[in-house]
Design a protein around this ligand. Structure first.
Ligand code: MGD
Ligand code: MGD
Ligand code: SF4
Ligand code: MO
Length: 737
């Protein structure tokens, strides 16, 4: 609770899925310092640069302080909460009546807390009868979630951070941990320091800061992971753990037949690596305890599920799972992408790792909610990319967005703009205005930030954490949970009116009883006391579970994990004479996604001041491009203008850029103007990591031409009106009791 004068308390970092615990110091409602909590399982006192500078981003001039409604003239005006909720419920109800439940959708985020994710699921899937709730986890962890469930019988990593200290080999594939999960990467570095025998292998087309630390870096051609993983399987097969396979796995015969059909030399050739490099990797895995860390280089592909299954195959083949120091460890991107999956926010899910397609699961959830049988539709809802396609085609009429900025982060932003133009009603719930997305809204709802509310989330190692409210929300901002609760009540959803955060958490955790992500023993009261507990935690005396599957009993119908043959399809696009380079995209250490927060921190901006393109000297020379030159990257979808960073750390033929800078901050500089929405058929995750492009040196004539043809960046409506300095803004806060 915010107090006058100096005060402090514990919180959880709202950035990445490492889940560092923070010690936050404040003066009144103003944060003044953020430090790491020394005895926190995830960070042991450590923080990265982003986490340590969080105190800058709470009370900023562009914080959203009041609900805003778009007026006929296209400007935004302040309205009261009762009016905003009336508008929201009135429009949703009218569109529901006119077009049916499936005309409504909620696009949420792995940055929303579990209580909110659960309420969204209950309101839309239970009360309104529309399974159209999805989140940006679809762009992020969907492939990992599907593969875990397919091979092991349940989503969720089996491993934990403590495994790092016991692993002999650390295999990192398609993850730049040093920049994206820095505090977890510290644990790997510590392991390498403390045990001279431990080895780090990094599989990434770029020599990233992560790869710099590796004993073995495999700079494979983008998109060739399946070839590499299948080659490794062939090399490891002679030493396969046949005892483990006979007792605990199924599908091995079909998998072996698949391996027999492959040609090792051809596979290695596809990766562009030398045979010795691949053999060296196999030697560092053979007979050793290994952990595999993987992230977007594996997931963001139209064969993302297959890449994940290929990783799981390797662990099953070698028996390196369900034992300390070994196993697959998908790194969760966002602070609560795990909790969102557990609470059923994704379109095909229901709470407790249940599925809408399963009649038994629907019945269990309907009974728990006290809603009539048949309330939940059997049809899986629209996933993130599908929502924007349906919006453009007019099948979807209303979209409510919270905790995500799709107008900068979705693939093929041209399509996203067309979708917004076609929408009848767009609600955006964010902490700031303007963002690229709030500018498309009819109604903008001000959300409290992480320190301004009490919330629960789950990190990458299944650690469920409670984070108390430490300061008052700015202006009239409300916690996401509270907005959902009030909106549900306004729509007439039973139980929403009297719900509290605690009552909703307890309702949710009891619904997970007996499920693989069992949190029944994590009551709101207990979690407040102990702060963090790892699931499964089935009853109140249970201490939580560090590692899953130690008994090698997998939650599949026959108790066995399953092998899957994983033939490669390859990326959708191919390079050609017009677009001879592969654009792959990702992150920089200094910025978080679309920079609504990190863009406000001077030292982070100093480290990464603007949009860049990494390009190899050979490709740069061939185009007359020098380091620091402005270049135009283009393909048939569009172009972006960025600064060339000529570097040998990237493979020739490949270029790398980011989606950190949206149109508000650097017009036409976002890689998503060039990415495309080819989807994995099972996870529906888009292929952000492979687009064919060409790069040319920019010219003054081209710049002038573009400036004439394209709409110029305007100061967005409301920017100055909302940009009040702190001294004045505090005067707008409601008086505190
Ligand atoms: N600083 C910072 N940290 C973050 C975030 C952030 O925005 N900024 N976001 C968080 C979120 S939500 C996420 S999902 C994670 C993402 O974390 P990461 O997945 O580690 O980050 P990315 O940069 O997207 O991609 C990782 C690597 O994949 C490589 N790659 C590209 N194509 C391929 C390929 O075909 N095969 C292989 N093997 N590798 C390939 C890229 O070169 C890149 O180095 O980071 C989280 N942490
Ligand atoms: N080209 C390319 N594109 C990508 C990726 C890639 O690798 N390459 N990665 C994809 C991945 S993995 C991800 S996860 C997405 C991320 O993409 P986004 O989710 O669009 O990125 P953010 O900038 O984190 O957007 C979060 C928004 O929520 C707001 N916000 C922050 N906290 C809260 C809160 O508590 N409540 C509410 N209501 N709002 C809040 C922020 O101000 C911000 O506007 O991007 C995807 N896009
Ligand atoms: S590593 Fe992740 S969770 Fe930890 S401080 Fe950095 S951004 Fe926050
Ligand atoms: Mo993500």
């Amino acid at each position: 609770m915010s107090a006058p004068g100096l005060h402090s308390g514990e919180s959880v970092c709202p950035y990445c899925g490492v889940g560092c615990r923070l010690w936050v110091e404040a003066e009144g409602s103003r944060l003044i310092r953020v430090k790491g909590v020394p005895d926190a399982a995830a960070n042991r006192g450590r923080l990265c640069h982003k986490g340590a500078t969080l105190w800058h981003v709470v009370d900023t001039p562009d914080r959203l302080r009041f609900p805003l409604q778009r007026t006929l003239g296209g400007k935004f005006r302040r309205i009261s909460w009762p009016k905003a909720l009336k508008l929201l419920s009135g429009r949703l109800r009218a569109l529901h009546e006119a077009h049916g439940a499936d005309a409504l959708a909620f696009y949420g985020s792995g940055q929303l807390d579990t209580e909110t994710a659960y309420l969204i699921c209950k309101l839309f899937k239970g009360y309104l009868g529309a399974n159209n709730t999805d989140s940006n986890s679809r762009l992020c962890m969907a492939s990992a979630a599907v593969a875990y469930a397919t091979a092991l019988g349940s989503d969720g990593p089996p491993t934990c951070y403590e495994d790092i200290a016991q692993a002999e080999t650390l295999l990192v594939l398609g993850s730049n941990m040093a920049e994206a999960h820095p505090v977890a990467f510290d644990l790997l570095r510590q392991r390498l320091r403390e045990d001279a025998g431990a080895r780090l292998i990094v599989i990434d087309p770029r020599r990233t800061p992560t790869a710099e630390r590796a004993h073995l870096h495999l700079p494979l051609k983008p998109g060739s992971d399946l070839a590499l993983l299948n080659a490794l399987a062939l090399l490891l097969r002679p030493g396969a753990d046949r005892g483990f396979i006979a007792r605990h796995a199924s599908g091995f015969e079909a998998y072996e037949a698949f391996l027999d059909s492959l040609d090792l030399e051809a596979l290695i050739k596809e990766t562009g690596l030398a045979a010795e490099q691949v053999r060296a990797a196999a030697e560092l895995l053979r007979g050793r305890r290994f952990l595999t860390f993987y992230c977007m280089g594996a997931n963001q592909s139209r064969e993302g599920v297959a890449k994940n299954l290929a990783i799981l195959n390797l662990h099953l083949l070698t028996g390196q799972i369900g034992t300390p120091g070994a196993g697959p460890f998908s790194l969760t991107g966002q602070p609560n992408a795990m909790g969102g999956r557990e609470a059923g926010l994704l379109a095909h899910q229901l709470p407790g790792y249940r599925f809408v397609a399963d009649a038994g699961h629907r019945g269990e959830v309907e009974d728990h909610w006290g809603y009539p049988r048949g309330s939940i539709s059997a049809r899986p809802g629209l996933t993130a990319v599908e929502m924007f396609r349906a919006l453009e085609r007019g099948r979807l009429k209303a979209l409510w967005i919270a905790g995500t900025n799709p107008a900068a982060s979705m693939p093929d932003l041209h399509q996203i703009k067309r979708a917004f133009a076609a929408a009848e009603f767009v609600v955006v719930q964010d902490c700031y205005h303007p963002t690229e997305t709030t500018l498309h809204a009819d109604l903008i709802l001000p959300a409290a930030q992480w320190v301004e509310k009490a919330w629960t989330g789950t990190n990458s190692e299944r650690m469920v954490s409670y984070s108390p409210r430490l300061v008052e929300p700015v202006g009239e901002a409300l916690p996401d949970f509270e907005i959902l609760r009030r909106a549900g009540a306004a729509l007439g959803a039973p139980g929403f009116d009297a719900a509290t955060r605690e009552s909703v958490w307890d309702e949710y955790r009891l619904l997970t009883a007996g499920r693989p992500c069992d949190q029944a023993g994590i009551s709101a009261e207990r979690l407040k006391r102990v702060r963090e507990l790892q699931w499964p935690c089935p009853h109140e005396a249970h201490p939580g579970t560090l590692r899953r599957y130690l008994d090698r009993n997998f939650p599949t119908p026959d108790g066995r994990a399953r092998f899957h043959p994983v033939p490669a399809r390859g990326p959708l696009e191919r390079t050609d004479a017009e677009c001879p380079l592969v654009l792959t995209t990702g992150r920089l250490a200094a910025h978080w996604h679309t920079r609504t927060r990190t863009g406000k921190v001077a030292s982070l901006n100093f480290k990464a001041p603007g949009p860049i393109l990494q390009i190899h000297p050979l490709d740069a020379q061939a185009r007359g491009i020098q380091d620091g030159a402005t270049v135009v990257v283009s393909n048939r979808r569009g172009f972006m203008r960025v600064v060339a960073e000529v570097t040998e750390t990237i493979l020739p033929g490949t270029v790398f850029s980011t989606f950190h800078w949206g149109d508000l901050h650097a017009p036409h500089s976002n890689a998503n103007l060039l990415t495309h929405a080819a989807l994995d058929p099972l996870s529906k995750q888009p292929e952000y990591k492979f687009a064919a492009v060409e790069v040319v040196l920019d010219t003054p004539a081209r710049m002038a031409e573009d400036d004439r043809a394209l709409p110029q960046a305007k100061f967005p409506a409301g920017w100055f009106a909302l940009g009040k300095p702190r001294e004045r803004s505090t005067a707008l806060k409601p008086s505190r009791a």
